[in-house]
Ligand binder design. Structure first.
Ligand SMILES: *Cc1c(COP(=O)(O)O)cnc(C)c1O
Length: 404
């Protein structure tokens, strides 16, 4: 079998479900902020697998933990205890200040698990009549791809022809606390929201929004569920994005960088009440909390803190944002971001963002368009100042061209 770029792309197209349209680069190796394609070209990764590779590609300490654990014990199922789970619980609870932890695998599973848990909490603790629980979510949300989740998406591509969907969700505009106030009823059990809407194009809510949201949730005994699967674990320059808002969620969802990109690991973190409602046999996952996942996640959390990646995200994020703002180009409509979660929104007349991403590839930068006119920028949190400056030169060279 030949493995030229053309052959590999043709084979993918022939056998694979066509549910993605990747940029035409075939990667074979990664180290830190860099990835290499099969022809030996090097790129600065400005996507980090949608923030899953925050610790940098193939971080040596996470790799060592994974290899060591893989040679010892990988999976027991939760029918038996394993000697990594307790340590994972203890360390993630200490890191995030949580009381209870539910380990899962993908981000979507964490979201689904939170939905199940807050509904159960609503019936058994809040006293909502069975079957009546309501969960409020935001327009333009992204919480994953399972049937339960896409049912409350507002994106036509995401939902189209996948119904019928589960009832019990109410959609309000993001960033509008008055809309939340108006939507809450005695049956509302939770408000599920991203601190910054990532897939929607790095949408940062107005100052004070989350303070007001927190007050409304507390006043109405509604669980505030923050989906920090993308924003969490240092991406925005703080451990959790909620810290920028000076609030604490009742339920926090983590995923992606929880494993540094080695393995799917997610978690639901909550106060005692919400996860406390789950009893044996009521929820589970064969792979959730397995020793390999726990060992990898423990190492991924450790290097994040020990190697100062969160502080670095704040410093390099500020440098990157300022540098993008300093680019004088007619193509640019808006530049925004927090920490290393950044976006450049192009004027509609500038053409599709994908063209700019393809041009950036030619300059040694891999970035991803979202929603036609936005280029999302999220390099690994280990990026250095020199690397930021080099990336900015490449962005300036491409954004000052008209690719419409
Ligand atoms: C990626 C993401 C998810 C889904 O995670 P998967 O691991 O792809 O299932 C959920 N919420 C947010 C905010 C995300 O960015």
């Amino acid at each position: 079998m030949s493995s030229s770029v053309i052959d590999l792309l043709a084979t993918e197209a022939r056998f694979g479900a066509q549910n993605y349209q990747p940029i035409g680069v075939v990667l074979t190796r990664g180290e830190g902020v860099w990835v290499w394609d099969i022809e030996g070209n090097r790129y600065l990764d400005c996507l980090s697998a949608y923030s899953a590779v925050s610790q940098g590609h193939c971080h040596p300490k996470i790799l060592a933990a994974m290899v060591e654990q893989a040679g010892r014990l990988t999976l027991t199922s939760r029918a038996f205890h394993n000697d990594q789970l307790a340590l994972f619980y203890e360390e993630i609870a200490a890191l995030t200040g949580s009381h209870k932890v539910l380990p899962m695998n993908s981000g979507a599973e964490a979201v689904e698990s939170a939905i199940k848990s807050v509904r159960k909490w609503g019936y058994e603790v809040k006293g909502v009549a069975d079957g009546q629980a309501e969960i409020i979510v935001c327009a333009d949300n992204f919480h994953g791809r399972t049937l339960g989740i896409v049912g409350f998406s507002t994106d036509a591509e995401t939902r189209g022809h996948f119904g019928p969907f589960a009832p019990g969700f109410k959609i309000i505009p993001f960033g509008d606390a008055a809309a939340l106030d108006a939507a809450i009823t005695p049956n509302t059990v939770a408000f599920l929201v991203e601190p910054i809407q990532g897939e929607a194009g790095v949408i940062i809510p107005p100052a004070g929004y989350f303070k007001a949201v927190r007050e409304l949730c507390t006043a109405n005994n509604v669980m505030l569920v923050l989906d920090e699967i993308q924003t969490g674990l240092g991406r925005t320059g703080k451990l959790l994005a909620e810290q920028h808002e000076g609030i604490e969620a009742d339920v926090t969802l983590l995923g992606k960088a929880l494993s540094g990109g080695f393995y799917p690991v997610s978690a639901v973190l909550s106060n005692n009440d919400v996860l406390g409602t789950l009893r044996p046999g009521q929820h589970g996952s064969t792979f959730g909390g397995n020793p390999l996942a726990c060992a990898v996640a423990r190492a991924a959390m450790r290097v994040l803190v020990e190697e100062g990646m969160i502080e670095n995200a704040a410093a390099q994020g500020a440098r990157f944002l300022q540098g993008l703002k300093d680019i004088r180009a007619n193509t640019i409509r808006d530049v925004r971001g927090r920490g290393l979660m950044l976006a450049v929104e192009l004027h509609p007349e500038a053409g599709h963002a994908r063209r700019y991403c393809e041009a950036l590839q030619g300059k040694g930068i891999l970035a991803k368009d979202t929603h036609e006119h936005t280029i999302r920028i999220a390099p690994p949190l280990v990026i250095t100042g020199d690397q930021v400056d080099w990336a900015l030169e490449q962005f300036a060279a491409i954004l000052t061209q008209d690719l419409s």
